[in-house]
Design a protein around this ligand. Sequence first.
Ligand SMILES: *[C@@H]1O[C@H](CO)[C@@H](O)[C@H](O)[C@H]1NC(C)=O
Ligand SMILES: *[C@@H]1O[C@H](CO)[C@@H](O)[C@H](O)[C@H]1NC(C)=O
Length: 411
Amino acid sequence: MKLGSIILFFAVCSFTAYYIYEPIPEDIDERWKLMLTDCFFRSLSHLADLSEFLGLMDYMGVMYLITLIENVTPESDKHVEVTVETFDGVEVLLYQPKQQGGDAELRRAVIYLHGGGWCLGSSRMGPYDLLVRRMVTELDAVVVSVEYRLAPPHHFPVPYEDVYRVVKHFLQEGVLAQYSVDPGRIAVSGDSAGGNLAAAVSQQLQKEPGQQIKLKAQALIYPVLQALDLNTPSYQQNRDMPILPRTLMVRFWSQYFTSNQAFFRAMMTNTHNSPESSSLLKFVNWSIFLPEKYHGKYNYSAPVVVQGAREDVGMDGLSRSLSDPRASPLLVPDTDLHSLPKAYIITCEYDVLRDDGLMYATRLQAAGVEVTLEHYEAGFHGGIMFTVWPTDFLIAHRMTDNYIKWLEENL
Ligand SMILES: *[C@@H]1O[C@H](CO)[C@@H](O)[C@H](O)[C@H]1NC(C)=O
Ligand SMILES: *[C@@H]1O[C@H](CO)[C@@H](O)[C@H](O)[C@H]1NC(C)=O
């Protein structure tokens, strides 16, 4: 039944694909599969728009179905013990290697933050469950997968604060001892919006007075890192690219901050900056931080700054959020970067967020942080999630292998 409906769905999609054909770059592998996968996301997005228009359910409510479809009940197996815990009031899935005959050795640990634009996703989604299990078995690591609260019911800073509370709670001697974790071998990691949260907590933690236990590494998978300039070359080049078209990313950003549609429209035209945020545009200036080869045919022009009161978009609290490095980790001066833990950053050529990751890599390197940048020339956003039939892609396996290898060697 489930298989039948999936096949039927793909058949309908392949038919529809002729009509909504978006050219997918030649060098992407498995193009047809990607086109069909994208067709699913596009159809759902149209349905969500329609549903919101008719007042049935709001856009994100419909999109959340993807999460629900992919959710599994994480269960312990032969190698991994999975439990649901609450860390300082926040739910987490805790994955631990099963003991092998009284080994007293301390383990490494990864705090993992799922993606989904702060509005979608769950640590319970099948692809995350699989990814995390591989980390546990191949790295002999304890993994804390955080079920932070989501926007739009919970706007910024709630998702961030949930994650921060978990990290603070976990990085206590007593807690680490309870799970046999080595305090010197802990990483924070996440994909997309999860990469945003991982970068943000890494920065904030180093400012925490009296924080004894530090992170050893941060592994950021095609992270979102800034909300000030939504017209970087990658935003322009990949405006209609599968999985994460620009409109959807802008929607995620605006919903992270507010449900005000006027703000979404301002972000769409890149005219959402206020005089307050404009002083920070220098930190996201791609003409400086983006290696020349990624400039492409695009010329730099700074986002338009609208002067005066922006009551139309309720700018008051928003301009504070826009300028907040806990939302946009790129917005900090170099002095806040140099003591950060070493970083692994994945970027994909066909991703609106490519330049966020590349600019952060440049800035971290310039500040003296050890950075491993892995750029996938034929990669697309969300790639690492596509490990499960029928939307399984070779690139997902390649990304996962490389990611785990880096953790193996660096954590
Ligand atoms: C960005 O950098 C260019 C130089 O490459 C400079 O002309 C421009 O003023 C900068 N803009 C901002 C907003 O920092
Ligand atoms: C960028 O600037 C160059 C030189 O000024 C100009 O020839 C080119 O048309 C500009 N490109 C775009 C996309 O505006």
